[in-house]
Design a protein around this ligand. Sequence first.
Ligand SMILES: C[S@@+](CC[C@H](N)C(=O)[O-])C[C@H]1O[C@@H](n2cnc3c(N)ncnc32)[C@H](O)[C@@H]1O
Length: 278
Amino acid sequence: MPTLNAITTADYQRFKNFLEQSCGILLGEGKDYLIVSRMTKLLREEQISSYSELLTAIERGHPRHLRDAVIDAMTTNETSWFRDQSPFEILAKEVLPTMDSEGKLQCRIWSSACSSGQEPYTVSIAVSEHLASFPASRLADTQIMATDISASMLLEAEQATYDEGILGRGLSVARKQQFFRQVDDHWTVVDDIKRRVSFKQQNLLMNYGSLGKFDLIFCRNVLIYFSPERKSDILNRMAQAMNPRAYLFLGASETITGYSDAFEMIRSPHGVYYRLKS
Ligand SMILES: C[S@@+](CC[C@H](N)C(=O)[O-])C[C@H]1O[C@@H](n2cnc3c(N)ncnc32)[C@H](O)[C@@H]1O
């Protein structure tokens, strides 16, 4: 088998084009080491002997699983419970109380790059805590739609079962005891938290028409991988998938400034978030 330690300039360009067109991820120059380190195992497993053979297969989309496996391997799935804290404080202290005071009866939330599920389950925990603190709240029917491009991440998320190490990333012992039950050496999200969350595969580059309208969208730590044009397109299409005056949460290092004027920025003591302009 020829060496897989290097990728030619032409194949690097093809790989880069494939990634940008299929999932929006921009691979900068000089990232060949990343392709080599993330593809070597897959090439061996699939008995593919060169990058050009791999590229020919994924460009024509056959076999389908290969295309998905390459996207899976090249995307970053880093996530944690209550990641960055600030959005969940804003949710608990500002957004849910405001929805209550505005008399909202049905709340639909979209976790649009949900990875292995920590984000949508964290949102569901925050909703349960809100309902426990405010029994008169009418947000009991809140629904959370969790989507990701990665089928393997969605499978993990749907299983809702995590090991101790993963739970330790952002979850307090009290929340672990309250919202998870132990099964052997793993922990499963309790049904009360799980039942609000549904999962669906969705590429953010594609149409959102089938998802319905949302009152709050989490689009966190995914826009950073996309070009300015893609960011702008995604944010403007998300605005169209929102109910009037819906909320938008981005990742800590992300902004809408320069990409969309559909939202107003809200600076609060708990952090920055966005609301659809009326
Ligand atoms: C770094 S994780 C962020 C997870 C979570 N939102 C958070 O902030 O913790 C990025 C996720 O974006 C997903 N992703 C990458 N490109 C995507 C695309 N074009 N459409 C939908 N999801 C995508 C990846 O599969 C990955 O699960």
